[in-house]
Ligand binder design. Structure first.
Ligand SMILES: NC(=O)c1cc2c(=O)c3cc(F)ccc3oc2nc1N
Length: 328
């Protein structure tokens, strides 16, 4: 005999199992069960919550797709401005960036090298481990509250592994494969196609119908933890590891570089690998790894002084392919 109490207990077991499977599949890219196994457990949970609505909790996976159509997005002020990155387009300019930093910082320090994901910047706020708000960069000071749409993205945890109250920032992107399939579908339906995965991700996040966002296979790479030193974290490379432990999807290609020669090698390696990655990148991001260095040099009104984006030259072969398509 199914009582509310036994339903509540079973629902908790199912949520825990579904969350583990979801983390393995969407955050770690290492699915451990077939979709049919996941779907069966998910449908059982949906059935229990339908029968006993009082057992529903905010971080149940069934709450990701609210299915509501929003009338618009509220504006919100970022606690700290979401700055952009300064860009350089040559290794010489990168050396100048390094030399400028060493004018202010006397001791040696390492850089954290990261791929520059070509998506759109988002900010995620958690209270006691629960996802409570998500937003776009907007103009850097005022962003749009897109919490309901971000909840549909399975790479974004609804509950962290520790009850921490933090704000993190990262890139929301559409994988290349999802982009190609979306455009093929739109073309077949006589709709306009998106020019690139970044525009497709932006368009998908700005959907007022959250059920549409939920179908767009968006994902994230989180790269920034606000006030890390208050949490006893002293380096960017440590912050990335900690955010991964909390349950965030972190890009695994980042690397600590102790010399500019190592930075050059990282750039050359990923300029080669770029075309094989399942997501678009438009360069690499170089960051002073110690937060003490970041704190000393600080930010200008627009950009951090402790980070720089090295942009890859436009990818000739892609351009050529596009031209061939165009002439045909
Ligand atoms: N697209 C990216 O993959 C990426 C972007 C940024 C930023 O925009 C960014 C902006 C700041 F003000 C400070 C750090 C940042 O770090 C970043 N790190 C990254 N990996």
């Amino acid at each position: 005999m199914l009582t509310e109490l036994s339903a509540k207990k079973r629902a908790q077991e199912l949520r825990k199992q579904l969350s583990e499977w979801s983390h393995q599949y969407y955050v770690m890219d290492q699915p451990t069960v077939e979709d049919v196994v996941y779907d069966k457990a998910y449908q059982e949970l949906v059935g229990l919550e339908k029968k006993f609505p009082k057992i529903i909790v905010d971080d149940s996976p069934t709450q990701r797709v609210g299915g509501q159509v929003l009338s618009g997005f509220n504006k919100l002020n970022h606690v700290l401005p979401m700055l952009s990155l300064g860009d350089v387009f040559s290794k010489e300019e990168l050396t100048e960036f390094d030399q400028r930093l060493h004018k202010t910082i006397n001791d040696e320090f390492a850089y954290n090298c990261e791929l520059k994901i070509d998506g759109l910047a988002i900010s995620l706020v958690y209270e006691n481990g629960l996802f409570v708000q998500g937003s776009t960069r907007g103009n850097g000071v005022v962003g749009e509250d897109i919490t309901e749409n971000l909840k549909t993205i399975k790479a974004i945890p609804l509950r962290l592994t520790e009850p921490v109250s933090i704000e993190v920032r990262g890139e929301c992107y559409m994988p290349k494969r999802a982009f190609v399939e979306l455009n093929a579908k739109r073309e077949a339906e006589g709709k306009t196609v998106f020019a690139n995965p970044r525009n497709a991700a932006a368009g998908s996040l700005r959907q007022l119908d959250t059920a549409i966002t939920a179908r767009r296979h968006l994902s994230t790479f989180i790269y920034y933890l606000m006030n890390p030193e208050k949490l006893g974290i002293n380096k960017q490379s440590e912050a990335l590891r900690k955010m991964s432990e909390w349950g965030f999807r972190i890009n695994t290609e980042s690397r600590v570089a102790n010399t500019m020669a190592d930075v050059d090698a990282y750039i050359d390696e990923y300029q080669e690998k770029r075309i094989t990655l399942p997501y678009d990148i438009d360069g690499i991001v170089l960051k002073a790894d110690p937060f003490s260095v970041q704190r000393i040099v600080g930010n200008t009104v627009k950009v951090p002084r402790w980070a720089i984006a090295y942009k890859f030259p436009p990818d000739e072969q892609e351009t050529v392919v596009r031209q061939i398509e165009w002439t045909v």
